[in-house]
Write a protein that binds this ligand. Structure first.
Ligand code: PMP
Length: 446
C-alpha cells in the first residue's frame, strides 16, 4: 500500500513515537531521525528490501536515505545477507585478529593506495577522532582546521560549526564542548582557496591538520572547485600539516575507491565508514606507514575498540566491495542518477520553483534556492520552510528522503529505470503541491 490519501497514515508510528520519547531523548537514537526540522511523526520502519522500505503501518516507500549512505546495493542484498548469516554462525566476535579483517583491509588498501596502513573502528566518528589524534601525535601541534558546514561525526573538536544534524537544528556549536577545546578548532569557509592561503600564511606552522570532505555531503552536496582542494594540499604540505580526507560518505560511493582517485587529490590520511561495512557499524582510518606508525601498539597514540574489526561486519564489507567491482556498476548508477535529476529539474523549471540540484554520481541534494550553492553561507540561504513542505508531500507520495535540507540523498543499484520513472512521477505530484502552497502564500504551518 502506498501512503497517498490514507487516513491515520502513521497511527502505529505515532503510538511508538510517544512511547519512544519516554525512553530516548527526542524519541530517537540519532537527532535527524526525530523529524524536528520538517515536522510530523517519523515513520517507524518495519522492514526493507532492495530500494523499498515499509513502515509499521504498512506504508511502502522508495528509499533515498539508504541508512544515510551505506546501502549502495539496496536493502538486504542476498550476497551480503548470506555473508552475514554464514559468518555469524561461526561466532560473532572474538576480540582477536581474523582472516576476514585482513581481507577487507587488503581490499580497502588496493582501492585507496595512500592508506598504506589502516585501522578499523566502529563508526565514522571514531575514524575522524582517531585520525586527528594521530595527526596531533605526529606533528606535536594542537590546532586543527575544519570547514564551515562540514560534518565529521560528533567528536568534541569537530562539533564546531558542523553540518548535518547540527546545522539542521541551527545550533552549529554543541553544548558540552569546552571552550578551551573549541578554540583549538579553526573554522574556514568551504570552497574558498583564499581563506586557506591566508590562514596558513599567518599560522600554518602551528596547525596539526586540516580535515575536509572532498565532496561535501553534510550541508547538502557541494562539489568544490579544483582550486580549493589544490590549495589545501599545497598549503598543508608547505607547512608540515597533515591533510585528512574524510571520505566516510564518499568512499566507494562515486567510484570503486574514493573521490581522491577521481580528483587526483592526495591526502596524508583518509577516513572511511558507511559503505565499507555493508550496512553494519564501521569506520576506518589510515595513511602512510610513517604517519600510522604512531598508532598503538607500534607507537604512543592510543586507540582501541572491543568490537573493532569484528568478523560479521568484515564479512558484510567484503561481500559489498566484491559486488561493487562489477564492471559498469558505477556508470549505471550515474545514468540512473542523471535520469532522476534531469526529471526533477525539468519539473521545477516548468513549475517555476526556485530550486537546483547539486550532484556527484549517486549522491545529490535538491536545494530550494535560486542561487548556486557552493558553501555554507549559500546553503544556509535555502528556503527550509519550502523544503519541509515538499518533504512531507514526498512522504505522502511514498518517497522517503532525508528529513533535512542539509543532507544528501542516495541511489542504490536497486533503483532501476522503472523505479526512477515512478519516482519522477511522485516527485512531480509533490512539487505541484509545493507550488500550490507557495502560491497560496504558505497558508498552513504544520
Ligand atoms: N564524516 C562524514 C563525512 C560523515 O558524513 C559522517 C556521517 N554522516 C561521519 C563522518 C560520521 O560517521 P558516523 O555517523 O558513522 O559516526
Amino acid at each position: 500500500m502506498t501512503p497517498s490519501n490514507q487516513e491515520n497514515l502513521l497511527s502505529r508510528s505515532e503510538e511508538l513515537f510517544i512511547k519512544s520519547r519516554q525512553i530516548f531523548p527526542g524519541g530517537v537514537s540519532s537527532p535527524v531521525r526525530a523529524f524536528k526540522a520538517v515536522g510530523g511523526t517519523p515513520p517507524f520502519i518495519d522492514h526493507g528490501s532492495g530500494c523499498h522500505i515499509w513502515d509499521v503501518d504498512q506504508n511502502e516507500y522508495i528509499d533515498f536515505v539508504l541508512s544515510y549512505g551505506p546501502h549502495i546495493l539496496g536493502h538486504n542484498d542476498p550476497d551480503v545477507l548470506k555473508a552475514l548469516c554464514d559468518t555469524a554462525q561461526k561466532g560473532i566476535s572474538f576480540g582477536a585478529p581474523t582472516e576476514l579483517e585482513l581481507r577487507l583491509g587488503e581490499m580497502i588498501r588496493s582501492a585507496f593506495p595512500l592508506m598504506e596502513r589502516l585501522r578499523f573502528v566502529n563508526s565514522g566518528t571514531e575514524a575522524t577522532m582517531a585520525a586527528i589524534r594521530v595527526a596531533r601525535g605526529h606533528t606535536g601541534r594542537s590546532q586543527i582546521v575544519k570547514f564551515e558546514g562540514a560534518y565529521h561525526g560528533h567528536a568534541d573538536s569537530l562539533l564546531v560549526k558542523a553540518g548535518s544534524g547540527a546545522a539542521t537544528f541551527g545550533v552549529p556549536d554543541s553544548g558540552g564542548v569546552p571552550e578551551s577545546l573549541a578554540r583549538e578548532t579553526i573554522v574556514l569557509p568551504y570552497n574558498n582557496p583564499q581563506a586557506v592561503r591566508d590562514l596558513f600564511n599567518k599560522q600554518g606552522d602551528s596547525i596539526a591538520c586540516a580535515i575536509v570532505e572532498p565532496i561535501a555531503g553534510n550541508m547538502g552536496v557541494i562539489v568544490p572547485d579544483d582550486e580549493f582542494l589544490r590549495e589545501l594540499r599545497t598549503q598543508t604540505s608547505d607547512h608540515g600539516s597533515i591533510l585528512i580526507a574524510d571520505e566516510v560518505m564518499t568512499g566507494f560511493r562515486q567510484t570503486y575507491g574514493g573521490v581522491q582517485i577521481l580528483f587526483s587529490f592526495e591526502p596524508d590520511m583518509t577516513t572511511l565508514g558507511k559503505i565499507i561495512g555493508g550496512g553494519l557499524p564501521i569506520g576506518a582510518y589510515g595513511g602512510s606507514k610513517e604517519i600510522m606508525r604512531h598508532v598503538a601498539p607500534e607507537g604512543p597514540v592510543y586507540q582501541a575498540g572491543t568490537l573493532s574489526g569484528n568478523p560479521v561486519t568484515m564479512a558484510c564489507g567484503v561481500a559489498t566491495l566484491q559486488k561493487l567491482k562489477t564492471p559498469a556498476l558505477y556508470s549505471l548508477l550515474e545514468e540512473k542518477s542523471r535520469l532522476l535529476t534531469d526529471g526533477i529539474l525539468n519539473i521545477v523549471k516548468n513549475l517555476g520553483i526556485p530550486a537546483r540540484i547539486n550532484r556527484m554520481g549517486s549522491m545529490m541534494t535538491l536545494f530550494f534556492s535560486a542561487e548556486p550553492v557552493r558553501d555554507w553561507a549559500s546553503a544556509a540561504k535555502c528556503d527550509t520552510e519550502l523544503f519541509s513542505y515538499f518533504f512531507r508531500e514526498c512522504l505522502k507520495e511514498g518517497l522517503y528522503l532525508p528529513p533535512s535540507q542539509f543532507e544528501a540523498f542516495f541511489l542504490s543499484t536497486c533503483h532501476d529505470d522503472d523505479i526512477v520513472k515512478q519516482s519522477v512521477n511522485k516527485f512531480q505530484n509533490a512539487l505541484l503541491k509545493t507550488k500550490e502552497w507557495m502560491e497560496k502564500g504558505r497558508p498552513e504551518h504544520h
